[in-house]
Write a protein that binds this ligand. Sequence first.
Ligand SMILES: [Zn+2]
Length: 193
Amino acid sequence: MLPAGEALQRLKDGNARYVQGESIHPCTEASARESLVDGQKPFAAILGCADSRAVPELAFDTSIGELFVVRVAGNVANPENNGSLEYAVAHLGVQLIVVLGHQNCGAVTAALQGYDGPGQIQSIVEAIAPAVDEAKDLDGDPLDNAIRSNARRVARLLEQQDPILSGAVESGELTVVPACYRLDSGQVEFLDP
Ligand SMILES: [Zn+2]
């Protein structure tokens, strides 16, 4: 199990390599696959957006088996996502969860514009709406502010999930960090809570 501080540093180092164009992964060799057949030991978990441009394994220059990644439009907290992250923490020993929003997120844009349409897109928009509301009086770009606000809010929600995530936070075995990925530079900015 990698302590959260070391896991965070590993993500920062990997992102720096990616930004510099010096990635050493993805590792696609058969031996890497085969060595993981009997189990996985990811060093961090990511709750990221489904957006095809914001790919955690690439952004953090990681190989297979290193990141436990949950992706859904708008990187929202819902029972299935939370349950997946609970599994990573309780059964795989993950001590760091990064909630990874990103520049120009379509889901947050939809929430900001008050999207009202058919199907289940609405449920995602509704999950993001409180973050849009929290950000509405901030200075600066409304979309950037809402994206950051959403990542922070989802991180807080995860920390409050009883009993598994909240218990791990309480005992110092889990850190949840909000972050924002820039589509243009590839840089991940880790945010204050
Ligand atoms: Zn997005």
